[in-house]
Design a protein around this ligand. Structure first.
Ligand code: PMP
Length: 415
């Protein structure tokens, strides 16, 4: 029996839902990143580390909605905060105290965020950060890095539907390579509004930028009059003060998402007071920033409850669990990149696997799924606070085992 046969046998209800979905949703899906062939498991519920699919299969969830659920599923503190708010109403055409509290909590952890605004997604956060950088500098060009991921708006993706004229406003820079960066922007320094970087790339393979490289970007942007934007939508979870707290480089603007919504749709962008002042609606000519659900009180309550659980001690424990995973997989032929509680499993140590950014083990996701572990199909995962040391050790042994039988795994998936 192949892995695929086994998956098909275990998931008839998911298959049925997927087939139904194809009549309403293109490709049966409403989110590119959660589709896996032949169809993904449909999840019925989650509590703590465990999620259960509609066929009753249980998985230990080491993805947590792509790193957002740092406390695991239905954490009591979050459920209580959400229930309390929901009973008082879910949204108003008016501000609430909760958004003020969440903004204060974020500022206390990220001093570079002198002022911030809430959005509903990381995509909107990077879109507005780029817009305000262009407005502030009066320049149009944006630079991002190879393998970066900043969401799905026109400013940060290419491909069908994005006009060449829009794409031409973005430069791609080489990762970690100061000379290459200088060469890429040479002659266009005065056109550059901002350099956008994930201090720890998420989708690009959980790789941390060298602090010296970030310091170089800080100096460079200051010298040429561009802004430095840290996209910490994923990397904020690597430390109490995010990745910027670890490297002590102060960006002009930062974008956040994922964990600051505690599992609900909420994100943020912010930074220098003089830059963010462009949104001050009391001023003539301010940038507009509408959004029916901006700072939504239910999401803000969930985010606040989550951040309050993430004490210094909790962040240290998460980092310890990450180190534990790294140690437990070491020597198995697998390379696991770990930053805080984020990890990326590479199937082998070959340069090509690292350089292409693609997991070299096609069967990894499916094999781990059948072993009861849920990670991203491309090999990324995140350890939530509810995971025990045993959970991490068991994940590590599953990864070791799967990779040890890799040639068979690939064949089994393929047939
Ligand atoms: N920036 C980064 C670094 C991300 O990883 C993501 C999403 N994974 C985004 C932005 C976009 O966030 P969202 O999916 O909430 O739009």
């Amino acid at each position: 029996m192949t892995l695929l046969d086994e998956y098909l046998a275990r998931t008839p209800r998911s298959r049925e839902l997927f087939e139904r979905a194809t009549a309403s949703l293109p490709g049966g899906s409403t989110r590119t990143t959660v589709y896996t062939a032949p169809y993904p498991p449909y999840i019925a519920e989650g509590r703590g580390l465990t999620i259960r699919d509609v066929d009753g299969n249980l998985y230990r969830d080491f993805l947590g909605n792509y790193t957002a659920l740092i406390l695991g599923h239905a954490h009591p503190a979050v459920v209580e905060a959400v229930e309390k708010q929901v009973r008082r109403g879910s949204a108003f055409a008016a501000p609430t105290g909760t958004e003020v509290e969440l903004a204060e909590e974020i500022r206390s952890r990220l001093p570079s965020m002198e002022r911030l605004r809430f959005t509903n997604s990381g995509t909107e956060a990077t879109m507005f950060a780029i817009r305000v950088a262009r407005a502030f500098t009066g320049r149009r060009l944006i630079a991002t890095f190879e393998r970066a991921y900043h969401g799905t708006h026109d400013g940060v993706v290419g491909g069908p539907g994005v006009p060449d004229a829009v794409r031409a406003l973005t430069l791609e820079l080489p990762w970690g390579y100061a000379d290459g960066v200088e060469r890429a922007i040479r002659g266009r320094e005065r056109e550059l509004a901002a350099i956008v970087i994930e201090p720890v790339q998420g989708a690009g393979g959980v790789r941390a930028a060298d602090p010296a490289f970030l310091a170089f970007l800080r100096d460079l942007t200051t010298r040429i009059g561009a802004l430095l934007i840290f996209d910490e939508v994923i990397s904020f979870r690597v430390g109490y003060g995010g990745a910027q707290g670890r490297v002590r480089v102060r960006p002009d603007l930062t974008t956040l998402g994922k964990i600051i919504g505690g599992g609900y749709p909420l994100a943020a962008f912010g930074g220098r007071e003089d830059v963010m002042a462009l949104f001050d609606q009391r001023r003539a000519g301010a940038l507009t920033h509408g959004g029916t659900y901006n700072g939504n009180p239910v999401a803000a309550a969930a985010g606040l409850a989550t951040l309050r659980e993430l004490t210094h001690a909790a962040c240290e424990r998460l980092a310890m669990l990450g180190e534990r995973l790294r140690g437990a997989v070491a020597g198995s032929g697998a390379r696991v990149a770990v930053e805080g509680s984020l990890f990326q499993v590479w199937a082998d140590e070959s340069i090509s696997a690292v350089a292409t950014g693609i997991s070299q083990a096609p069967g990894l996701f499916l094999a781990l799924l059948l072993d009861g572990f849920y990670i991203a199909p491309r090999g990324m995962g995140a350890i939530p606070i509810v995971a025990t040391e045993d959970d991490v050790d068991e994940l590590a042994s599953a990864i070791r085992l799967v990779l040890a039988r890799r040639p068979e795994t690939e064949a089994a998936v393929a047939t």
